[in-house]
Design a protein around this ligand. Structure first.
Ligand code: ATR
Length: 295
């Protein structure tokens, strides 16, 4: 593949965060730009919280098409958007900003889309999961929130287990409130279970999702040993940790003969809606993309 071709007409976008040097988004978007022969560039933008609004207005003035937003700006991005999609409204956070020609800003939350797409490309159909039982999510941070809402949208009931029980209860309550208020739905099917006994729940669930940093290289417990012996044979096990690609949870699932879905797919698929909005092309997440991002 030839190198990037950036002319005076190049379309511009970037990722705003602090820190942002670890982000894989520039590698991913610039790879897709080169692969599709698009005259454009995607740059890392390290911006302090107090400078966020100034930076956004500056990017708009400079003709950027928009930006991805990462830690710690996702709530500020929600606040600055003139309108947001339903997922962002329920999540209360935005990871994709699109600057429109009329000067308004559209905000989207694409993590949930990325998660569901990562299941689908592995042949896991959400309606089949919904029919088999609830999903069990480990963790109660921002990732758990996006994934929980996207599962509810697919008709899949959600159970939450978190080390700090109060955070799981708060997350369940706030998702229920936001779901009822913004999505025009009746109650959200979100319940909480104990962190100490989540492994005992496995018999009745269709999907297990780790949204904590357990098992992550350099994380709090890279040698985590989850016990999946109570799982039914059709349990699908997924992990949003992607370093290493074979996490302790996925290794344990594979040892029990269970279907697994790794975390890299969510990371790559969540980038597709932004790329489409800024650069005008539908992009694919294939093995070549994965190899390039991990290289
Ligand atoms: P994110 O927004 O990326 O989801 P986060 O808000 O920091 O990140 O959430 C991290 C999750 O990992 C939390 O659910 C956290 O549990 P607590 O709420 O109890 O802190 C969970 N987590 C982190 N380290 C953990 C550990 N050693 N054991 C169990 N859970 C852990």
């Amino acid at each position: 593949m030839s190198g990037p071709c950036i002319t005076g007409k190049a379309r511009l976008a970037g990722v705003i965060g602090q820190p942002v040097s670890h982000s894989l988004s520039p590698v991913l978007h610039n790879y897709w730009l080169a692969r599709h022969g698009i005259d454009g560039a995607y740059v890392p933008l390290c911006v302090a919280p107090e400078a966020f609004e100034t930076a956004i207005r500056g990017l708009q003035a400079a003709g950027f098409r928009g930006a991805n937003v990462t830690i710690p700006h996702k709530e500020a991005a929600f606040a600055i958007a003139d309108e947001v999609d339903p997922m962002a409204r329920i999540a209360g956070s935005v990871n994709t900003l699109v600057f429109r020609e009329d000067g308004t800003i559209h905000g989207a939350s694409t993590d949930g889309f990325g998660y569901i797409a990562s299941l689908q490309v592995e042949g896991v159909a959400p309606p089949a999961l919904a029919a088999r039982g609830p999903a069990l999510l480990l963790g109660a941070g921002g990732a758990a929130r996006s994934i929980a809402v996207s599962l509810l949208e697919q008709g899949i009931a959600v159970r939450l287990a978190n080390r700090t029980a109060a955070r799981a209860a708060e997350l369940a309550a706030s998702i229920t409130a936001a779901w009822t208020k913004h999505a025009g739905q009746s109650g959200a099917d979100v319940t909480v279970c104990s962190w100490d006994s989540w492994e005992e729940e496995l018999g009745g669930i269709s999907l297990l999702v780790n949204t904590t940093s357990l098992g992550m290289e350099g994380g709090p417990n890279p040698a985590w040993k989850p016990d999946l012996s109570r799982a039914g044979s059709d349990l699908v096990v997924s992990d949003i940790v992607y370093v290493p690609r074979e996490t302790p949870l996925l290794r344990s699932a594979a040892a029990h003969g269970l279907r697994t879905v790794g975390g890299l797919g969510m990371l790559l698929h969540q980038a597709r809606p932004g790329f489409r909005a800024w650069f005008g092309a539908d992009v694919e997440v294939d093995e070549a993309t994965v190899r390039h991002v991990l290289a």
